[in-house]
Design a binder for this molecule. Structure first.
Ligand code: GAL
Length: 415
């Protein structure tokens, strides 16, 4: 029946159906399922910034959160290799996705990289971790430093600790005071990856960047035989005496909560912990301290997060991946996301002056190439990182001597 003769009611019904169909079609073109492991209070607030920006850009964000980095990455790899990949999946800026790239299981994001000029707007260590053969295989989201020294001002005050430690000797003196005051001196989440963070923080700041890089970047077993490395192993094990019995299995954000409540004095953890302080409305420099290391020129470790985009020839998926990549790397979204994530923007062309005091220290550090070292995930394969983590955990929990731990660390390099 020609439309001009169609009863008004049926015409309205047809229009409703038509607009619903158009909406459904356009929504399908921009539906993005994103698999990630950001499940703590601060992480959820941060990922919601990405989700709302994607929705404002006309997309539908389907949130697939899997608690724990190891579990989330295993789920992502299984689905990418299988028949139901997500639109995007979180990985660390690392070697974790090299295999799926080599197997041709990821789409590149060259069009967005060119449009946003990533080649001149990203730090070189980031470019080296996501561009291969001239193609960009991951969307960079942020820069984290995994090994800040966090402190609770309330706990330090209660224990009579004046100022933040400027050396390991001063740190141990502060830990002794906290112990004497009946507080938990060092809050550690007793999970392998967190014990590993504690280890490489001590190695970097005790033995220095050359020894740290000789082991993690050059995989040079001889680095372990050096006096600085052995001293770092002894210092790391000495920290064990300042950790409470509730540590085994504790999630990192529950350890951060011990500083937020003033029950513990220090935590060595990434600046994703800052997202927890922020959610608790604590103020950097006033309620909690954040130290990159000891002294104004302490070495600064960079890490970060990316989204990889699983292979698809489906036009709707490709459209959603491109929209997602462009959205999460846009300047305003970068600032909103990183402010809540505790990290700093991955683009070096952004004005980060509105970020907090800790972020300002990080932004200063990454401008001095002499201070910047890549974190182990960027320098070793996942298998090697796993082998080293296991050796470190055995040393932390067991009765092994420094000499035996050193031998095991040399063996782990052969993975
Ligand atoms: C890291 C990740 C961070 C942070 C942390 C704790 O690997 O890069 O974004 O969320 O895990 O979940």
């Amino acid at each position: 029946m020609p439309a001009q003769f169609m009863p008004a009611a049926r015409c309205a019904a047809r229009l409703t159906t038509l607009s619903a169909t158009l909406l459904a079609c356009s929504a399908q073109a921009q539906r993005a399922e994103v698999l990630h492991w950001w499940t703590s209070a601060g992480e959820s607030a941060a990922v919601n910034e990405l989700a709302s920006a994607y929705r404002q850009a006309g997309g539908i964000w389907v949130d697939s959160a899997v608690a724990g980095g190891d579990s989330a990455r295993a789920a992502a790899i299984s689905r990418i290799a299988g028949s139901s990949p997500p639109t995007a999946a979180q990985f660390n800026l690392s070697q974790q996705y090299l295999d799926v790239i080599a197997e041709g299981l990821l789409n590149d994001v060259d069009s967005v990289a060119a449009q946003q000029q990533w080649a001149t707007r990203l730090p070189q260590p980031v470019i080296d971790s996501i561009r291969f053969g001239g193609h960009w295989y991951a969307v960079p989201l942020n820069l984290h430093n995994p090994i800040w020294f966090w402190s609770s001002k309330a706990a330090l005050r209660q224990a009579g600790v004046k100022g933040e430690p400027r050396s390991f000797d001063e740190l141990f003196a502060a830990l002794d005071k906290l112990k004497a005051a009946g507080l938990v001196p060092l809050a550690v989440g007793g999970q392998t990856w967190q014990e590993f963070i504690t280890f490489y923080a001590v190695l970097l700041h005790e033995a220095g960047p050359p020894t740290y890089l000789a082991y993690f970047r050059d995989h040079d077993a001889r680095s372990v035989d050096s006096a600085p490395f052995r001293k770092a192993l002894a210092t790391f094990k000495r920290l064990r005496a300042y950790v409470d019995a509730g540590s085994p299995g504790r999630n990192w954000n529950d350890a951060t909560a011990m500083l937020i409540s003033g029950k513990a004095g220090f935590q060595i953890m990434g600046d994703w912990a800052k997202g927890e302080f922020e959610r608790a409305r604590l103020v950097a420099g006033k309620d909690y301290g954040c130290a990159i290391g000891f002294g104004p020129d302490a070495p600064y470790t960079i890490a970060g997060d990316v989204f990889v985009l699983p292979k698809s020839s489906d036009k709707a998926v490709l459209e959603a991946q491109r929209k997602l990549a462009a959205t999460v790397t846009a300047p305003a979204v970068q600032l909103a996301f990183n402010r809540k994530k505790g990290s700093i923007p991955v683009r070096s062309d952004l004005d980060g002056s509105s970020l907090d005091a800790c972020a300002q220290a990080g932004l200063r550090a990454i401008k001095d190439a002499r201070r910047v070292v890549a974190n182990p995930d960027m320098l070793m394969s996942p298998d090697q990182v796993g082998a080293v983590q296991d050796v470190v955990a055995a040393f932390w929990h067991g009765e092994q001597s420094v000499a035996d731990a050193a031998k095991a660390l040399q063996q782990a390099l052969k993975r």
